[in-house]
Design a protein around this ligand. Structure first.
Ligand code: SF4
Length: 379
């Protein structure tokens, strides 16, 4: 699928009439040589190129901060959870398929920077092998097809995925992870065949879900609403994952507007992710946990129940950890999901340091100062 867009700085300079100083340009070229730039035309039209702090630009236009190498390329332990090429099995109920390394646009904050838009051996080679694996694991209740972005694949390939997976009786639902509603919404509402396929395979026995990725209210446009509406009419259930990003949405007003906008168009706010300490991302985008918690809680004070159904979590290699609360310099955390299922529901505390942005940055209380609390999990 050919998506109209920009992959060089010159194309942007020409179309939007700006000029990047040569020293900065050299640095940006260095960045995009390693992690390619691709800005879909539609998404570029949402940017105010005269505003150096434009939040949409910050997410998609490269920055010299990406030359900072602090962090890691695999913060969620994806390599160790890979059981077949392109298939990860971290939580017992869920299998994750990396269906492609391509996306409709390349987010500068992507946590799979190590593979998107570049040559990789990490994506799925033989889909039938994945199907065999899922068939032989009855504990798997759902499959997440991600990447990259699976909606950039040809419609026939998406149909093949749905047809094969729908024959596995123990699957309760099938999910797609996609930012296409944000980057290139017309790919959805203009493709009648795709909508027909979704409608055919999303049944009362096995729903099709699409988890999308809106980070800022400016991304909610007439076009993106039309894409979401087409998905809903095709019986796809749509939820959203937001990443808390410095210079994009790190203030309560933006989060309030975003969550209200999502609910209005029928999208369920699912997670707000703490930005992972990814190489070339951490320094540029990560908000300290203390600040993040304050922003999220201030936003929640102004949101109704539907708009604050999300959880604020760190997707750590040990599991999804909810940031439950902060009292003084103590931060309370809970395993919402865990690689070791016995940890699910476990409440624990750590000591905050001012710039801590990830579980591994937090100080573990010494044994004689604290006891680990175990939460009762109410089903
Ligand atoms: S669309 Fe998703 S996978 Fe692709 S670059 Fe953005 S965050 Fe990464």
């Amino acid at each position: 699928m050919r998506i109209p867009g920009y992959s060089t700085l010159e194309e942007l300079e020409k179309d939007f009439g700006f000029s990047i100083p040569s020293e900065t340009k050299k640095k940006l070229e260095k960045v995009i040589k390693i992690h390619p730039m691709f800005i879909p035309k539609y998404y570029a039209s949402l940017i105010n190129w005269e505003d150096p702090k434009d939040p949409i630009k910050n997410m998609i236009f490269p920055s010299v901060s990406e030359l900072n190498l602090a962090g890691s390329y695999d913060t969620s332990g994806e390599k160790e959870n890979t059981v077949l090429t392109g298939l990860q099995h971290k939580y017992k109920e869920t299998v994750l398929l990396l269906a492609t390394n391509r996306c409709a646009g390349y987010c500068r904050h992507c946590f799979r920077k190590r593979l998107v838009g570049i040559s990789t051996k990490e994506t799925l080679q033989i889909f039938e092998k994945a199907v065999e694996y899922i068939k032989s694991h009855p504990e798997v209740s759902n499959v997440l097809i991600s990447g990259g972005d699976p909606l950039v694949l040809p419609t026939e390939v998406i149909e093949h995925f749905l047809k094969e997976l729908s024959q596995i009786k123990h699957l309760k639902y099938i999910r797609f992870g996609s930012r296409v509603p944000v980057f290139y919404p017309m790919r959805i509402y203009e493709d009648e065949k795709l909508l027909e396929i979704f409608s055919k395979y999303s049944t009362p026995e096995r729903r099709v879900y699409l988890v999308t990725h809106f980070n800022h209210p400016k991304e909610i446009t007439g076009e993106s609403k039309k894409a979401i509406d087409s998905l809903l009419k095709s019986k796809v259930i749509v939820s959203n994952q937001t990443v808390l990003l410095k210079g994009v949405n790190n203030n309560p007003d933006t989060l309030v507007e975003l969550m209200n906008g999502l609910v209005s168009m029928g999208v369920v706010p699912y997670y707000v992710f703490q930005c992972r300490p990814v190489k070339r991302v951490k320094v540029h985008f990560q908000v300290p946990l203390k600040q993040g918690y304050e922003i999220v809680e201030k936003a929640k004070q102004r949101l109704d129940g539907h708009a604050k159904r999300f959880k604020y979590v760190m997707s750590h290699k040990t599991g999804k950890i909810e940031i439950v609360g902060i009292i003084g310099n103590e931060i309370y955390l809970k395993y919402h999901q865990a690689k070791d299922y016995r940890k699910v529901g476990k409440l624990f505390k750590r000591y905050l340091t001012p710039n801590a942005g990830w579980l591994d940055d937090l100080e573990i209380p010494s044994e004689n100062r604290t006891k680990v609390l175990t939460a009762q999990v109410w089903a």
